[in-house]
Design a protein around this ligand. Structure first.
Ligand code: GLU
Length: 303
């Protein structure tokens, strides 16, 4: 497969879309990211890396990080995870309060904000003072000890995240949050602020293309866990656009409001893309088109 040629075609074909749509202005530092950025990486299970554009520039991975927290919680808690969070698409906004009320405090899935808060609450139960299990996991998966939080993004979310604060207290009122809501929120804001490049993300997600083995050969998930995480990504990974994504792209994917998207072709590759401007539903506009072109041009998808 000539991934290098395919990527150079894609970068030309998506150019008209780069800068169209809106960046996530509700998080102040994200509003300042230049709109003209576009980067993409395909990293094969054989560790070949193909990249174009701004693929080495770090950006705020936002909700993409919820894949790491889910995987870690599944490692720590096994099937008990699913007693406190569902695994169905939400069909409503990622930060909806209404759904949580109707469903009595059990978030629909681990990728909406309420679900991610519950997942972090589980992880915190296992975390000793001074430790950071999520960051350790991401660093292990990516074989990069320099991965870290962007404290300016975390701080901005802490200052503006009233809805997330409401969700945490709401969960607490339904007894689905055991730790102090402020502690869980702090972990949440930091999780969303992790800063990585397309290249770094492609390495970190290697385990989902290989049945659980990291790029460094370490088992960071079992084959069953990797399958399950991919399944939840396919059905719940791209906000309220999962149907359209399955139709257009045909791969498990997770996006974030920073404009990043990670897509996994199990057994073949991880593809990552970043361009900050988003569709109405919150997925990178140019990024989605780029992934659609990738699966069209390679004729590779899970379907
Ligand atoms: N930190 C963002 C929020 O809670 C995450 C948004 C996202 O990428 O889905 O609003």
């Amino acid at each position: 497969m000539d991934y290098a040629r395919i990527l150079s075609e894609i970068v030309e074909e998506v150019r008209p879309l780069v800068g169209k749509g809106r960046a996530a202005e509700y998080i102040p530092p994200l509003a300042e990211v230049p709109r003209d950025r576009f980067g993409m990486v395909v990293r094969t299970v054989g560790n070949e890396v193909f990249q174009v554009g701004d693929s080495g520039e770090r950006f705020s991975i936002q909700s993409i990080a919820k894949v790491f927290s889910l995987t870690l919680a599944m490692r720590l808690e096994g099937d008990a995870v699913w007693e406190r969070v569902g695994r169905e698409p939400s069909g409503s906004a990622f930060n909806s309060l209404v759904q949580l009320e109707v469903e009595r405090g059990i978030p629909r899935n681990p990728f909406i904000n309420a679900g991610a808060l519950v997942v972090l609450d589980m992880i915190l139960d296992h975390q000793a003072e001074g430790a950071d299990l999520v960051l350790d996991f991401v660093r292990r998966a990516s074989a990069d000890p320099s991965v870290g939080y962007d404290e300016s993004v975390a701080g901005a979310e802490r200052a503006t995240g009233h809805r997330n604060r409401a969700l945490a207290h709401f969960l607490r009122s339904f007894d689905n949050l055991g730790n102090d809501p402020d502690r869980v929120l702090d972990a949440y804001f930091r999780l969303c602020s992790i800063s990585m490049s397309c290249a770094g993300l492609a390495t970190a997600f290697h385990y989902l293309a290989t049945g659980g083995l990291s790029a460094g050969g370490e088992e960071v998930a079992t084959p069953r866990q990797a399958k399950r995480v991919n399944s939840v990504m396919l059905t719940c990974g791209v906000y309220d656009e999962a149907g359209d994504y399955a139709y257009r792209v045909g791969l498990p994917a997770k996006s974030g409001v920073g404009g990043g998207v990670v897509a996994v072709m199990p057994g073949r590759f991880v593809a990552t893309v970043w361009s900050p401007c988003l569709s109405e539903k919150g997925n990178s506009l140019a990024g989605t088109m780029a992934l659609e072109l990738l699966t069209t041009k390679t004729a590779l998808s899970v379907f």
